[in-house]
Design a binder for this molecule. Structure first.
Ligand code: CU
Length: 141
């Protein structure tokens, strides 16, 4: 059973397993505006192993539901669409960027008190690695 190292440098608690497992770098939620009902989550997921993997789903007890989204721009208008059940591939030796303007996790139906400075528990379900739980800071960037 492989382990997953979480590098969460925003919390000054950096570490690495150093033995070639999946690594999630710099996970964060964009602090939502007042009364917003959704928030986007970003991170970089690195797969230094020699086994392909795939991010299948995300979830959080602080979100009514959670979707994987991509940003699509058409006629200069950006909008988001959900990625279906196929998940997001992270090939062996590759990285997956969840970043503003691109792929991201979307927390729908926010808890009250989802505010800058707090941390949110998020589960990521990977096809090969299984479930990974992160503590993700809410930030303004
Ligand atoms: Cu979205």
């Amino acid at each position: 059973m492989k382990r997953l190292a979480v590098l969460c440098c925003a919390l000054a608690a950096c570490g690495s397993s150093g033995d070639g497992d999946l690594v999630v770098r710099d996970p964060w939620f964009r602090a939502p505006p007042p009364f917003a009902n959704t928030a986007a989550m970003y991170a970089e997921i690195n797969n230094p192993t020699d086994v392909d993997d795939s991010l299948l789903t995300m979830g959080s007890p602080q979100c009514r539901s959670f979707e994987l989204h991509r940003t699509v721009t058409s006629d200069n208008v950006a909008s988001m669409e959900a990625i279906g059940d196929v998940g997001l591939q992270i090939g062996a030796g590759e990285s997956l960027a969840l970043e503003p303007g691109g792929l991201h996790g979307m927390c729908l139906g926010l808890d009250d008190g989802f505010e800058e400075g707090d941390n949110v528990v998020v589960d990521l379900q990977f096809e090969t690695m299984g479930r990974v739980t992160l503590s993700v800071p809410i930030q303004r960037r």
